[in-house]
Ligand binder design. Structure first.
Ligand code: PGA
Ligand code: ZN
Length: 434
């Protein structure tokens, strides 16, 4: 009774007002699942292909009617009759049907929509919440939220070169208390920015998007906000960065346009090293460009024993890129974005491969989001210990955090907040450096 009976798709809007896909799969037993597909702005060059119509007369070329038609006319007829409980077989069918390495024929957005809608329908057929269906009895860890409260780079049109400055409430006892701390610091940050005469308009991920004097001022205002809200920087609430420097890379160097500075890889390693020694930073994502493997190796050998170094554009949730990273000694953690690779099974493969090499997985949203909360359930299902879903503000961001608040309440005493233990390197970070 769990075989797929109906497949439909619709063009809906994401948080930036751009079109994206909503896919619904209905099963013979009457269960159904719907998934909406996220979309990036600072996308990695090696990501699976997001199929856009390119018809300038609709949504400036960003329409997804071709992807919708691919779901309805190509994918649907092929997967009707398959058992929704066999996610691996479904995903293998979708990948074979596309037939390209980057999902460029049918579109990773079309394939992912079908893949996630199937998982949701299967969970409903089993009468289980998605995290339990995906993770089984082992799913119990509430992730530490990485709250992106100051947006720069491609997510804001300001002088701040680096894309994300995040609060990491790792010293709180529960996920609910962590969110409270994050929210209180967020409001304190607004006050700090106002006092300094900065804008408090918001960027793509709900964080403030001020034009600052220099990039480091972003770290200063976050630390001030943490203290002002009554928390201890580093102890209760630490910091994480996603400078997304692939966006700044040209001609072999990193162009910090807001500051009028140009750095080579070694100088950028120096910059991160100096920030890590001065500030309570526990994680840096994309601290080097996506094809600067030598820079990544240098960064990792320099800071990899002290701080989490996350590959996002570097790995694009792809096992081949991740294997190359192991071989080259690049990073020690992977950012996991379901639409970078385009199916649930492949996402789980990347997480498993990362774990087998001691790399942490940070489950992530995209800057273009919807009210879909799949990533929240995924984080608990695999006990990731960390989730990155934007600021504690704006409904497409808060939807993920609210889903986790519900899961924490549902798990009750069998749930556990990951807290500091999510950051395996912190023991090393507090040890004296030789
Ligand atoms: P994106 O940004 O979704 O615009 O790619 C998020 C990130 O870089 O982590
Ligand atoms: Zn990133």
């Amino acid at each position: 009774m769990t075989y797929i009976e109906a497949v439909s798709a619709l063009e809906v809007l994401d948080s930036r007002g751009n079109p994206t896909l909503s896919v619904t799969i209905g099963l013979a037993d009457g269960s159904s699942g719907t998934a909406m597909v996220p979309s990036g702005a600072s996308t990695g060059a090696h990501e699976a292909v997001e199929l856009r119509d390119g018809d300038a007369a609709r949504f400036g070329g960003k329409g997804v009617l071709t992807a919708v038609a691919n779901v309805m006319e190509v994918i649907g007829p092929e997967i009707v009759g398959l058992d929704a409980l066999d996610q691996r077989a479904l995903d293998a069918t979708l990948i074979a049907l596309d037939g390209t390495a980057n999902k460029g024929r049918l579109g990773a957005n079309a394939i992912l929509g079908a893949s996630l809608a199937c998982a949701r329908a299967a969970a409903e057929a089993c009468g289980l919440p998605l995290y339990r269906y995906l993770g089984g009895v082992g799913a119990q860890v509430l992730p530490v939220p990485l709250l992106n409260v100051l947006n720069g780079g491609a997510h804001a049109q300001t002088s701040v070169d680096f894309q994300e400055f995040m609060l990491v409430p790792l010293g709180l006892p529960t996920f609910a208390e962590a969110m409270r701390a994050g929210s209180e610091c967020f409001h304190a940050l607004r006050a700090v920015l106002r006092e300094r005469g900065h804008d408090t308009g918001q960027g793509d991920e709900g964080g403030f998007a001020p034009s600052l004097r220099h990039n480091e001022e972003a770290v200063e205002v976050l630390l001030e906000a943490i203290s002002r809200a009554g928390y201890r920087p580093g102890e209760d609430v630490a910091l994480a960065l996603d400078p997304a420097v692939a966006e700044l890379y040209a001609d072999g160097r990193y162009h910090l346009r807001g500051e009028g500075r140009v750095l080579d890889s070694s100088e950028l390693v120096e910059l991160w090293s100096s920030w890590v020694s001065q500030y309570p930073i526990v994680s840096i994502e994309d601290g080097m460009g996506e094809d600067d493997w030598d820079g990544w190796a240098e960064l990792t050998s320099r800071l990899g024993s002290q701080v989490q170094l996350v590959g996002d554009d570097l790995f694009v949730t792809n096992v081949d890129r991740l294997r190359e990273g192991f071989a080259r000694g690049a990073a020690n953690a992977v950012l996991v974005k379901v639409n970078q690779i385009g199916s649930l099974s492949e996402t789980l493969d990347t997480i498993a491969l990362a774990a087998s090499h001691g790399y942490a997985s940070v489950i992530s949203h995209r800057s273009g989001e919807t009210e879909d909360t799949t990533v929240a359930d995924l984080a608990v299902a695999i006990n990731a210990g960390q989730i990155k879903a934007g600021a504690p503000s704006r409904s497409e961001r808060v939807a993920k955090y609210n889903r986790l608040l519900h899961i924490e309440a549902e798990l009750g005493s069998s749930g556990r907040y990951a807290g500091r233990s999510a950051f395996r390197l912190l023991g090393a970070a507090s040890a004296p450096q030789g």
